[in-house]
Design a binder for this molecule. Structure first.
Ligand SMILES: [Zn+2]
Length: 212
């Protein structure tokens, strides 16, 4: 078990980016954070963000009594600083576990509101430029990749709708036509950029209902 001083040295090295790194990479970012600790930390920080963040609200709804007990073991230690001043330094109690060290360090961090929930595109926690800003993407690259992905999804959705209409038309067509032409051929003629492969995959994926 690390001493309070040991933790203090470690936490003082942590920056908000360091916390984001641990949220993203767990033990790869900090060897003391095993999988269980990583999951607990992600869960805590997620609930913290979802609470507003409003730590008092979260405190009232606390589902992790252990955590709050540990949080209450933190103490202040008076240290003397430059220009004839003094400062209270937060020190984790000796029973504090690594999850509470990271989480309390986040709460103490003046820039904490800049920590953003995982990017919608690359799924990594990130630090946003300004704390008031609402954003779901960590970078311009992720934003433009997401837009390209959205366009592709929309195009596909539109194409599947057109195929659905073409299948309905095929079913409404004369039995003569249907005996001459398979539904796939009919759809390929009716809708742009449709290949037999595309139809096979879409049927398999349940995206289109082939005529019986
Ligand atoms: Zn991203």
């Amino acid at each position: 078990m690390k001493t309070a001083k040991g933790y203090q040295d470690e936490v003082s090295l942590l920056t908000l980016q360091g916390i984001a790194d641990v949220l993203n990479d767990g033990s790869q970012a900090s060897t003391q954070v095993d999988e269980t600790a990583h999951n607990r930390l992600v869960d805590l920080v997620t609930r913290w963000l979802e609470s507003g963040p409003d730590i008092r609200k979260m405190h009232r709804r606390a589902t992790d009594p252990n955590f709050w007990q540990i949080a209450s073991t933190w103490e202040g230690r008076l240290t003397f600083v430059a220009e004839g001043g003094a400062q209270m330094l937060p020190v984790p109690g000796k029973d504090a576990d690594i999850v509470s060290v990271y989480f309390i360090q986040l709460l103490l961090n003046p820039e904490r509101l800049r920590l953003n929930a995982p990017c919608k595109q690359c799924c990594r926690w990130f630090i946003k430029q300004q704390k008031g800003r609402q954003t779901v993407y960590c970078s311009k690259t992720c934003k433009s990749n997401a837009l390209v992905g959205n366009k592709r999804r929309n195009d596909r959705k539109k194409k599947l709708e057109e195929i659905g209409d073409a299948i309905a038309n095929y079913l409404d067509s004369s039995s003569q036509l249907r005996s001459k032409m398979k539904w796939q051929e009919y759809v390929e003629q009716a809708v742009d950029d449709v290949t037999p492969n595309f139809l096979t995959r879409a049927v398999k994926a349940g995206e289109i209902q082939p005529p019986i």
